[in-house]
Design a protein around this ligand. Structure first.
Ligand SMILES: Cc1cc2nc3c(=O)[nH]c(=O)nc-3n(C[C@H](O)[C@H](O)[C@H](O)COP(=O)(O)OP(=O)(O)OC[C@H]3O[C@@H](n4cnc5c(N)ncnc54)[C@H](O)[C@@H]3O)c2cc1C
Length: 408
């Protein structure tokens, strides 16, 4: 276990400075353009691939950082640059983690490189779980995967929605029902390789924020994938389903949902994205408050403005500490007895929404225009309280964890 310290080590500081440089020099200057275009910023992803930020190596290095701070630090810096572009860069990593967490060595080695492509021909990946009638209520998922034993193939039918990179991905990771009797315990994840017949993009959403990130429906109509595309393999799935059936027969023993533990570990990463956006808006507001003069003095000389900045900074720092704590707990295998991962995501995402709104207020009329970045940051920040579990769901998870009642 790493010794407790409030400081990043030399290597982490170096990585952070490098990421910050990329965020400041490449991402931030491109942010307004891609927000307006509402298109995937392929040239920026390509640039990130060239310098090594868009790669499995980089992601894995941060993911396996023994202090747990690699991912939150990287997310904060990239999202400080711009949330929409940063999500286009890290979206593939979110799908790759699904394979890293559940796939066999062979699946990891085969599919993750195809998710990223190479420097000269970058690719992206998508993770497709949400459906039109299964958002917060994941257990009501309807996309069905049926095993065709004769051909050793899975046949997948259903409609996914809100998929980041959905339809433009080289590799789609699709969650589907394999045993409808078991609710969320009867789900499994599948790789759908590039060019598989039957997978098509549905509507692409026009969004309020993170507009550079592609979000779309994914329709699966008689999609057939080989047995080797079931993440983790058939044997492991059969064992897991048998255990779940046994528990269901025994009257639904109160077991901690493994998926919940996974969420506790992944939610701080979203919290870190929110910290990045909040910090970016706070910095713009601070600079503005120091230089904008009204009534013959900088507006920061008014307590009403200065106290807002004091609150903004305090909440951002508190959010980061919650994120770092949860990330440290995840990497050190600490049990999330108070849903600390959900706590960090809840607080950081609500902070980002609040702080970016305050930043608009501090910039006055300028804050309300697209001449300044804070209105974009405010639009972007609204996603953090929605995806990877809404704020209400985070509260529900925290409350049920504290109460000791099953989460689902
Ligand atoms: C831009 C974007 C990108 C996304 N990317 C992905 C992706 O890559 N892959 C993917 O699978 N999904 C993705 N999502 C989906 C996202 O995770 C869902 O939108 C989210 O889980 C909420 O589901 P929903 O939209 O169906 O809302 P609903 O579940 O319908 O919720 C609507 C409202 O009801 C509230 N609510 C629901 N149940 C309860 C309850 N029990 N108690 C109190 N309040 C409740 C919610 O908090 C919310 O305020 C993305 C979404 C967006 C907008």
């Amino acid at each position: 276990m790493a010794e407790f310290t409030m400081e990043l080590n030399d290597e982490q500081q170096e990585v952070r400075e490098w990421l910050h440089g990329f965020a400041a020099d490449v991402i931030r200057p491109a942010a307004a353009e891609w927000d307006e275009r509402e298109e995937t910023p392929w040239p920026v992803i390509q640039e990130a691939a060239k310098v090594g930020i868009y790669s499995l190596d980089f992601y894995a290095q941060q993911y396996f950082d023994p202090t747990g701070l690699g991912i939150p630090m990287a997310m904060e810096e990239l999202f400080w640059g711009d949330a929409g572009i940063a999500l286009s860069i890290v979206g593939t990593g979110l799908a790759a983690v699904g394979v890293l967490a559940n796939g066999t060595e062979e699946q990891i080695g085969t599919w993750i490189p195809q998710m990223y492509g190479d420097q000269n021909d970058v690719k992206v990946a998508a993770f497709c779980s949400s459906e039109p009638d299964a958002g917060s209520d994941v257990a009501s998922m309807r996309t069905r995967a049926v095993y065709d034993e004769a051909k050793d193939e899975w046949v997948i039918n259903g409609t996914k929605t809100w998929a980041t990179n959905g339809g433009i991905a080289n590799v789609h990771v699709v969650v589907a029902v394999v045993d409808p009797e078991l609710g969320s315990k009867g789900h499994a994840s599948f790789i759908v390789p590039a060019g598989t017949p039957g997978l098509a993009q549905g509507q692409k959403f026009k969004k309020h924020g993170i507009r550079a990130s592609h979000t779309a429906e994914v329709v699966l109509d008689g999609v057939r994938v080989p047995g080797s595309c079931l993440l983790g393999g058939k044997e492991k799935l059969d064992e897991r389903l048998a255990r779940a059936r046994e528990r269901a027969r025994a009257g639904g023993e109160r077991v901690k949902n493994a998926a919940m533990a996974t969420f506790e570990a992944s939610r701080p990463a979203v919290g870190a994205m929110a910290v990045g956006t909040a910090r970016a808006a706070y910095e713009v507001a601070l600079d503005y408050a120091k230089s904008r003069e009204q009534f013959g003095r900088p507006i920061i000389d008014n307590q009403g403005v200065a106290f807002q900045l004091a609150d903004m900074r305090t909440q951002i720092d508190a959010a980061r500490l919650l994120v770092w704590r949860a990330s440290w707990m995840a990497v050190n295998g600490k049990p999330f007895t108070a849903a600390e991962g959900s706590m960090s995501k809840l607080f950081a995402s609500e902070t980002a929404k609040k702080v970016t709104a305050q930043a608009i207020q501090i910039l006055g009329g300028n804050g309300y225009t697209r001449e300044y970045p804070v209105e974009r940051m405010h639009r972007d920040s609204a996603i953090y309280t929605i995806f990877e579990g809404t704020s209400e769901i985070q509260r529900l998870v925290i409350a049920r964890t504290l109460a000791g009642t099953p989460i689902r």
